[in-house]
Design a protein around this ligand. Structure first.
Ligand code: ADP
Length: 618
């Protein structure tokens, strides 16, 4: 029975042991906790980034859940023992039932607070100090069972940045009340003097913001403003450091060297900047190592990699700072890409399109030029051909011209002989002689006109277009051919339109085209009986804006199947024909923007029409 009781006891103990293990497994691993104590306000960008860095480090490390508590001690804005006392009471009550595994203390003021009050509130947990400078004064604040990651912008850093921005620097102006904190900025005045013995230092760390703004508005050349955070000024007015600096920057006439990443882009050219996110992450990583079981005493305090030379590109441009002068390893932010970098593809496409377009325009212009030259050459050829054509026509007309000249010459001869006879008379009738001389003169003029018409017909003038009276122009051609018509016994008549038709044309060319049509018409009727040897020249208006010349004959007409061919060069049905007359007429009319065509009249005979645009459309 005793044995059974002993066995039952062992079984019960085993059962409880396994049950409690199950329960623990069901709850999961124990929660760990970090308390972040920040000397200032969490809501300021600098401290909120530090907190974000700590949180990021906790998240990164393993699966164990870590709860992070945060407290803003806000000691700069709320100094004094009463507040400190109330703070201690508040924290003691607040954390009475919340075990804290590691404290991350941010800032010198927080380290000081812990040195005095940690024992009261959290006697056990180890401390990781962050955002403290590595100075004997700060190391003296560290409690046992703690470690630290140092962060500090050194005076030499500030001077290096200031000289990169103002190479011939002779004066620095210190703005911001944090300069007064000996535990942060240490022995900066001695450090400045050691680095640059001739440097003039104007200390405005005690001045009220109003005076600071006034002062920085008229600083001499070769000076720079060095800023630390401004929380309050000499009047006890409290600021957010970012907005205080922005207000200083509004008035500053010299570049501002800054000390925190959170100021960049809001004010200041740049400098060796504290990186709050990195400060937080470094402290958070050490806190996690401690939570994972490492003893703080085995992690000696070390300098963090949390200060970097960073500059604002826009401010570098504003102050004409050569990037080559910046400290080695500097990062330049807010660089605005050049137009070319920003719109590389757009520009390339637009440039290509413009180039292609320019090429096309060039090709088109070249073609236009070539066409123009070809047209000029064609016109010249046509003019030469036309001239030859006129000479040939004149040659054919030699007989009739001679005949026409003969008449006035014969008349002159007769008149001259008559005058001689009258003068042989002892009492010559001088009135009659005068009369005879008048006749001689008139006949001479007639002969001169014939010669003149021939000469103008044979002239080789450059193409010149003038406004012409179409009725008169056609009339002149018919008059010119009248002698030849007489010779061949052809009746030439004109039926001019009653309207005053005006066209813009080269008179000689247009007359030649019409003349060719009339000569062809005379050829077409030359072999026919008397009553069919008629050629009529008509002018008319068509559709109100075209001038029409129609040459109508009473010949046999054009062979129907040849109507489309007759305007081709060298097409002829005549034994002595050249086949050039109609093709020259066609070229001339086309060059004047007109049209030429032929048809057979229903009553027999051919009709050739020429249409030309009016000089001034009605
Ligand atoms: P050519 O007079 O030297 O033959 P053209 O070019 O002046 O050259 O005329 C070409 C052809 O057109 C003529 O050979 C003729 O067959 C035809 N032709 C021209 N005018 C007339 C017309 N009025 N009646 C009939 N046929 C014509």
């Amino acid at each position: 029975m005793r044995i059974i009781t002993g066995l039952a006891r062992i079984l019960i103990i085993f059962l409880f042991a396994s049950l409690s293990r199950e329960c623990i497994a069901a709850d999961g691993p124990q929660q760990r906790s970090i308390l972040v104590l920040e000397e200032a306000d969490f809501r300021s960008p600098f401290y909120s980034e530090i907190f974000a860095g700590i949180r990021a480090a906790a998240k990164q490390s393993g699966t164990t859940q870590t709860v992070i508590y945060g407290e803003s001690l806000d000691l700069a804005r709320f100094p004094g023992p009463d507040y400190e006392e109330s703070l201690v009471g508040h924290l003691k009550t607040k954390y009475a039932h919340r075990p804290i595994d590691v404290i991350v203390s941010i800032g010198v003021a927080s380290a000081k607070f812990l040195q005095k009050r940690k024992q009261d509130i959290w006697p056990a947990p180890p401390v990781v100090y962050g955002f403290v400078p590595d100075l004997p004064e700060t190391r003296a604040l560290f409690l046992p069972n703690t470690t630290a990651i140092f962060a500090r912008v050194r005076p030499a850093h500030l001077l290096t940045a200031a000289r990169a921005i103002v190479p011939d620097l002779t004066r620095v102006v210190l703005v911001g009340d944090a300069w007064k904190n000996p535990l942060v900025y240490g022995h900066w005045k001695q450090d400045f003097a050691a680095a640059m013995p001739d440097l003039e230092v104007t200390d405005l760390s005690d001045a009220v913001l109003r005076d600071v703004r006034k002062h920085v508005a008229s600083l001499p050349a070769r000076s720079a403003i060095l800023t630390s955070a401004m929380y309050s000024d000499g009047e006890g007015t409290y600021y957010s450091p970012v907005s205080a600096l922005a207000r200083v920057a509004e008035h500053a006439n010299r570049p501002i060297v800054i000390t925190s990443d959170t100021f960049l882009g809001r004010a200041g050219v740049g400098g060796f900047l504290l990186l709050p996110e990195t400060i937080g992450r470094e402290a958070g990583e050490v806190a996690m190592r401690i939570l994972d079981g490492e003893a703080p005493s085995r992690i000696p305090p070390f300098a963090g990699d949390n200060v970097k030379p960073i500059f604002d590109w826009r401010q570098l441009k504003r102050w004409n700072v050569d990037e080559a002068n910046l400290p080695a390893g500097s990062e330049v932010r807010f660089r605005q890409p050049s137009f070319w970098e920003q719109y590389y593809w757009h520009s390339t496409i637009v440039a290509s399109v413009v180039l292609v377009q320019a090429l096309m325009i060039a090709v088109l212009l070249r073609e236009r030029r070539l066409r123009f030259l070809a047209e000029v050459e064609a016109r010249q050829r046509m003019s030469e051909l036309a001239h030859m054509n006129r000479r040939a026509t004149a040659g054919e007309m030699t007989a009739s011209i001679a005949h026409e000249l003969n008449q006035p010459l014969a008349a002159i001869l007769i008149n001259a002989e008559t005058a001689q006879q009258v003068l042989r008379n002892p009492a010559p009738d001088l009135g009659e002689v005068t009369n005879i001389l008048d006749h001689i003169r008139r006949d001479d003029q007639r002969a001169a006109e014939v010669i003149g018409r021939l000469r103008s017909f044979l002239r080789r003038d450059p193409t010149e277009r003038h406004e012409l009276d179409l009725n008169a122009t056609v009339g002149e051609v018919f008059r010119f051919l009248s002698v030849q018509a007489l010779t061949h016994d052809v009746e030439l008549t004109t039926e001019p339109s009653s309207a005053n038709i005006r066209v813009k044309a080269d008179k000689i060319q247009l007359q030649q085209a019409i003349l060719n049509l009339v000569v062809n018409a005379m050829d077409a009727v030359a072999h026919l009986p008397d009553d069919r040897r008629r050629v009529v020249g008509r002018t008319s208006l068509s559709d109100g804006n075209l001038a029409i010349v129609s040459i109508v004959d009473t010949g046999d007409g054009i062979m129907a199947e040849k109507v489309s061919e007759i305007f081709q060069p060298f097409f002829t049905t005549k034994a002595q024909g050249m086949g050039k007359g109609l093709s020259i007429a066609h070229t001339i009319v086309a060059a004047h923007g007109g049209r030429i065509w032929a048809e057979n009249a229903p009553s027999g005979g051919a009709v050739f029409h020429v249409s030309l645009p009016l000089a001034a459309p009605r």
